[in-house]
Write a protein that binds this ligand. Structure first.
Ligand code: SF4
Length: 90
């Protein structure tokens, strides 16, 4: 099973709980919205494969669950990268 995570910037209120829980995965950008830190040094709010993140599955899940507005979306994808189901918010 492969997982991807993204931030819905329209929902994010910059509460930064995700940054506190998983600082290796999330940071706030200049607009005060959460972005995901990739292994290559870039950041994005769009979907990122867990394999491109320097963090473990549990930390990313805890961060998503800590978001007060459920702005962190986790989906399971198949080998082709197509979404199979939404894991969080469940
Ligand atoms: S916890 Fe949620 S609202 Fe707060 S910065 Fe992270 S994604 Fe945004």
């Amino acid at each position: 099973m492969a997982l991807k995570v993204k931030v819905d910037r329209n929902l994010c209120i910059g509460a930064a709980s995700c940054v506190a829980v998983a600082p290796n995965t999330f940071e706030l950008d200049s607009e005060g919205k959460a972005v995901i830190k990739k292994k290559d040094g870039t950041t994005t709010s769009d979907f990122v494969n867990y394999s491109e993140i320097n963090d473990n599955e549990t930390n990313i899940e805890h961060a998503a669950k800590s978001c007060p507005v459920n702005a962190i979306i986790i989906v399971e994808v198949d080998e082709q990268g197509n979404e199979v189901r939404q894991v969080w918010p469940s």
